[in-house]
Design a protein around this ligand. Structure first.
Ligand code: AMP
Length: 221
């Protein structure tokens, strides 16, 4: 199966779909947002700087994120992987192309999770995540609510809102997506590696669509 690059507005379900692919097909999930949140958790000076940027919905510098990602990609180059959150602009896409060349990676597809702003906003503002295992729930959708208020179904960890899932940061993140990330669709379309999935559907239906895309070349390995 091909390596995957997800391109999606905030709260379109990149993280959820990545977890499903990880569990079913043994993909390695590389999320640049998770890498940054892990650095924040260490309490380092760098983590504090990153937290200030992320909480406002801004992007961290291309230089920093590329360095973090390159280290992780080198570790998984012999496995199949999902890139979630990178590239986010054309400069990052071009850098990624060079990293792939350097590491000898040429088998990938780009999946665009398309979602309208209103639904994305509802999902972002309702999202709560587990501080221990990272599982994601949503208080706006009956079928995505945790069984016990504020407690993770899977590990009993505490659930809380991400610092960038507030209305102001959401608007900044969505606008940034339209301005910077949207042009990537053209970039990958020209390369002939762009697939589109309607992300307003249920999680299971989105997953089936992704499986169809991946299955259309080689399902067995
Ligand atoms: P995510 O978990 O993908 O929604 O990312 C959360 C936040 O991390 C983003 O809003 C950015 O502030 C930062 N971030 C993640 N990936 C990148 C990237 N490729 N370039 C710049 N900033 C990023």
């Amino acid at each position: 199966m091909k390596n995957i690059i997800f391109i999606a507005p905030p709260a379109a379900g990149k993280g959820t779909q990545s977890t499903l692919l990880e569990n079913k097909y043994d993909y390695k999930h590389l999320s640049t947002g998770d890498l940054l949140r892990a650095e924040i958790k260490t309490g380092s000076e760098l983590g504090k700087e990153i937290n200030e940027i992320i909480s406002k919905g801004e992007f961290v510098s291309d230089e920093l994120i590329t360095k973090l990602l390159k280290n992780e990609l080198a570790k998984v180059k012999h496995q199949k992987f999902i890139l979630d959150g990178y590239p986010r602009n054309i400069a990052q896409a071009e850098t990624l192309s060079s990293i792939f060349d350097e590491l000898g990676i040429d088998n990938y597809t780009t999946i665009y999770l398309d979602l309208d702003p209103e639904t994305a906003k509802k999902r972002a503002l309702g999202r709560i995540v587990c501080s221990q295992c990272g599982a994601s729930y949503n208080t706006y959708f009956q079928n995505l609510m945790p069984k016990k208020n504020g407690i993770c179904d899977k590990c009993q960890g505490e659930l809380s809102q991400r610092s960038d899932d507030n209305e102001e940061a959401f608007v900044t993140r969505f606008d940034k997506f339209i301005e910077l990330t949207n042009p990537l669709l053209e970039y990958y379309e020209e390369k002939g590696v762009l697939e589109k999935v309607d992300s307003s559907m249920d999680t299971e239906d989105i997953f089936k669509n992704i499986e169809n895309i991946l299955g259309s070349d080689d399902v067995d390995n």
